[in-house]
Design a protein around this ligand. Structure first.
Ligand SMILES: *[C@@H]1O[C@H](CO)[C@@H](O)[C@H](O)[C@H]1NC(C)=O
Ligand SMILES: *[C@@H]1O[C@H](CO)[C@@H](O)[C@H](O)[C@H]1NC(C)=O
Ligand SMILES: *[C@@H]1O[C@H](CO)[C@@H](O)[C@H](O)[C@H]1NC(C)=O
Ligand SMILES: *[C@@H]1O[C@H](CO)[C@@H](O)[C@H](O)[C@H]1NC(C)=O
Ligand SMILES: *[C@@H]1O[C@H](CO)[C@@H](O)[C@H](O)[C@H]1NC(C)=O
Ligand SMILES: *[C@@H]1O[C@H](CO)[C@@H](O)[C@H](O)[C@H]1NC(C)=O
Ligand SMILES: *[C@@H]1O[C@H](CO)[C@@H](O)[C@H](O)[C@H]1NC(C)=O
Ligand SMILES: *[C@@H]1O[C@H](CO)[C@@H](O)[C@H](O)[C@H]1NC(C)=O
Length: 653
């Protein structure tokens, strides 16, 4: 290495920091409006601190939440990575009381339930008001994050008014490819509530296993589960649902069909086509495969018995899950699978089409689900798949919501421009399983001595989606205002071919916290600029608090970074002209690269401009800069910026 690492030069960036009263206090997801009035005082939490509700109520979820948060606030004793700069006043009375007022304590948790709240922390008494118990739960979570230390201190003169941008903020978890014990589902829901997420979309069954015990169809789990212990009983479901409601999290069940049903064949071979065959026979082309991955089987829409079994399942599931939405799947109907069945072959040879086969299936199930007072969620394929889909006339908009997962915002646009409500789970942004390679085990692409596999290591949706990718995704990108209103929100998805409880927490957190903030208060600051740089330190702190709360969230940075802000140059470069003095022997225009750019690329670029040496890497984005006057060894780099950047790292060689 050249001996000219001039990191110390960073200290003299000639900009002033915007003094923001909120920067030292960390609530994730960031509330829409939090003010902490100077001089930023804290007080102790009284040993007799209590939370009381003024409103009379009989809401068990509210009582449970109040007990839980009272205990958390008294016992958490969180140690921030960087303690907030505060004035701890010994003269202030300690915090005695949080009084809760809720206007509609009996409101149930459905899509669109009011989650807004107002929190005022003054001493000795603080107040929290909300329309519903679920707004109270969000406010209590915020309150818990205003406390830290041992003995517990609480920030005072804090005012928060807060409400989410989107009503649907969720996680989809697949418990069929690999099984997850109930305690791991509960921990996930607990962490969701910490992040103010409100929908646990439970993709319970698939081709690989059928872990749900359905009372009127017990054979399905008896034969289709991986093991007698790898099941979810009626009591387990009840526990998960109640646990969710206590935390403001709806549990939305998905029974995927007609595709993804190979596991049903273990109990009912006659209702499943192409059950458990080799998924992609060697001599066939991709369009003629039987499934998109090993694990084949589709319910047969032309067999009346299919509906006997399926309707029993649907009826029981709607009984077990009080949730107003029912997810019916309908993704990845693969023609090759249905074509293996003689009845379907006959139907096709008599002039029928695969679209009609699917339409028959939808006609026999959708009205039934609607009759059970459910809004039906389908994956987008049912309308948008290139080869097998149905027409909008079969999918009434008032009863159907479509969940998008392909082609990013393009498909979101197609869904909402057709007038459907959309849930966004674009695989290019929100799939948490991507980037872990191919699981089939016989893939010569990995045996390559002459180059690395640029095709994402065999993962169909690689690369890995970083928290930044997730944070920055604008789920209404390219939509008109009217169309954007049809976007209910989003869900990250964890498909479990390569996940189980051993990696659950780190696969989900803190990347899902990034979505949680984006969907709660957005990914932009007051000026409309993307705030990912400013979010980094906050997410680092939040991840640390989650870990202390027992969630195995993976790290996003070395601890060193938050401890050494001056070496990361943790100062924003303000819009306008910024000068970084003493930049080394560079003359003329340079491009300064921010986080994500590669060192060799920049080096090559500078050399192409005729620089003998001299290099500047700034992590975080791309800026144009001009090197100003100076002596032979030292110049000024003047940066012209349109937006505020946080200067994270500058290396001068
Ligand atoms: C935020 O809340 C404070 C006081 O609680 C209020 O003065 C301010 O106007 C609010 N800001 C916005 C942008 O609503
Ligand atoms: C603490 O209080 C003093 C005096 O009021 C004030 O100058 C200082 O800025 C306060 N510190 C913080 C972190 O607000
Ligand atoms: C705080 O609440 C308690 C109990 O309701 C009440 O007795 C007391 O007067 C309140 N203190 C202030 C300063 O409002
Ligand atoms: C149907 O569902 C809605 C929303 O969940 C609920 O308010 C209503 O009471 C239900 N109707 C019946 C008949 O169950
Ligand atoms: C499905 O239902 C629609 C509306 O009732 C009807 O027009 C259509 O013919 C049905 N399709 C099939 C294949 O049964
Ligand atoms: C969206 O459509 C455009 C235009 O066809 C295409 O260039 C782009 O790659 C698509 N985006 C995704 C994520 O598929
Ligand atoms: C791997 O795939 C190749 C090509 O399809 C096949 O010839 C070979 O038998 C397979 N090996 C194993 C161990 O499955
Ligand atoms: C090995 O990787 C290189 C570079 O990605 C690629 O060009 C080549 O086709 C690969 N070879 C094989 C046998 O896959």
């Amino acid at each position: 290495m050249l001996p000219l690492l001039l990191l110390s030069l960073l200290c003299s960036i000639s900009t002033t920091l915007n003094a923001e009263s909120t920067t030292t206090i960390n609530v994730w997801p960031k509330p829409t409006n939090l003010t902490w009035t100077p001089p930023h005082q804290t007080t102790l939490l009284s040993p007799t601190f209590t939370i009381i509700t003024i409103t009379p109520h009989q809401n068990n979820h509210l009582t449970a939440a109040i007990n839980r948060y009272t205990n958390l606030i008294k016992t958490e004793h969180h140690r921030p990575l960087i303690p907030p700069t505060t004035n701890h006043s010994l003269n202030l009375p300690s915090l005695q009381l949080l009084t809760v007022t809720v206007t509609d304590p009996n409101a149930e948790l459905t899509h669109g339930t009011d989650e807004s709240y107002t929190l005022t922390v003054t001493t000795p008494n603080a107040t929290l008001t909300a329309v519903t118990a679920f707004g109270v739960i969000r406010g209590l979570e915020t309150f818990s994050q205003l406390a830290w230390g041992n003995p517990t201190r609480v920030a005072v003169e804090v005012r928060v008014t807060d409400a989410p941008l989107y009503g649907h903020r969720g996680i989809m978890l697949d418990t069929s490819r690999n099984y997850y014990p109930v305690k791991d589902l509960l921990r996930t829901i607990e962490a969701m509530s910490m992040n103010k997420l409100n929908v646990f979309h439970w993709h319970i069954t698939d081709s690989h296993s059928f872990p749900l015990v359905v009372p009127s169809e017990p054979l399905l789990a008896e034969k289709g589960a991986y093991d007698v212990n790898m099941v979810y009983t009626v009591d387990d479901v009840k526990k998960v649902v109640e646990f969710g409601l206590d935390r403001g999290v709806r549990v939305l069940p998905e029974i995927d069909s007609p595709g993804h049903t190979g596991s049903w064949a273990l109990a009912y071979p006659d209702i499943v086509t192409c059950a458990n065959m080799f998924w992609w026979p060697a001599e066939r082309d991709w369009p003629d495969r039987l499934a998109s991955e090993p694990g084949t089987g589709h319910l047969n829409p032309l067999n009346p018995k299919t509906y006997q079994v399926l309707k029993n399942v649907i009826r029981d599931v709607t009984t077990m899950f009080p949730e107003q939405f029912y997810h019916a799947g309908a993704d990845e109907v693969i023609p090759g699978c249905w074509k293996t069945d003689p009845t379907i072959q006959k139907f096709l040879s008599n002039g029928g089409t695969l679209d009609q086969v699917l339409e028959t299936f939808i006609n026999n199930t959708l009205p039934y689900i609607v009759s059970l007072n459910r809004t039906v969620v389908y994956w987008e394929d049912v309308l948008l798949d290139d080869t097998v889909h149905v027409l909008p006339t079969i999918l009434p908009k008032e009863h159907v919501i479509l969940q998008t997962w392909n082609n990013g915002h393009n498909n979101t646009k197609r869904i909402v421009s057709n007038g459907y409500r959309a849930i966004v789970s674009s695989s290019e942004f929100y799939y948490l399983d991507c980037g872990h390679g191919d699981f089939t085990g016989n893939n010569s692409a990995y045996d390559n001595q002459t180059g690395y596999d640029a095709n994402s290591g065999g993962s169909w949706c690689g690369p890995f989606k970083t928290w930044q990718t997730i944070y920055n995704y604008d789920i209404t990108y390219g939509l008109t205002e009217v169309e954007a209103k049809l976007v209910l929100g989003g869900e990250v998805s964890l498909w479990s071919e390569q996940a189980d409880e051993t990696v659950l927490d780190s696969r989900i957190w803190p990347r899902t916290s990034a979505m949680a903030e984006s969907l709660w208060s957005g990914n932009r600051d007051e000026k409309g600029m993307k705030r990912y740089a400013e979010a980094t330190d906050r997410l680092n702190e939040w991840r640390s608090r989650m870990v202390n709360r027992g969630i195995g969230a993976e790290p996003i940075q070395p601890l060193w970074c938050i401890r050494n802000p001056e070496l990361l140059a943790g100062k924003p470069i303000m819009p306008g002209r910024t000068e970084i003095p003493c930049f080394g022997m560079i003359r003329g225009w340079v491009k300064v690269l921010f986080l994500g750019s590669s060192f060799p690329v920049l080096l090559g670029y500078l050399q192409s401009l005729g620089f003998q040496w001299g290099l500047c890497i700034v992590w975080g984005g791309v800026l144009e800069g001009r090197v100003g006057a100076g002596d032979a060894n030292c110049g000024y780099l003047q940066l012209q910026t349109q937006s505020r950047f946080r200067l994270r790292k500058l290396i001068c060689l």
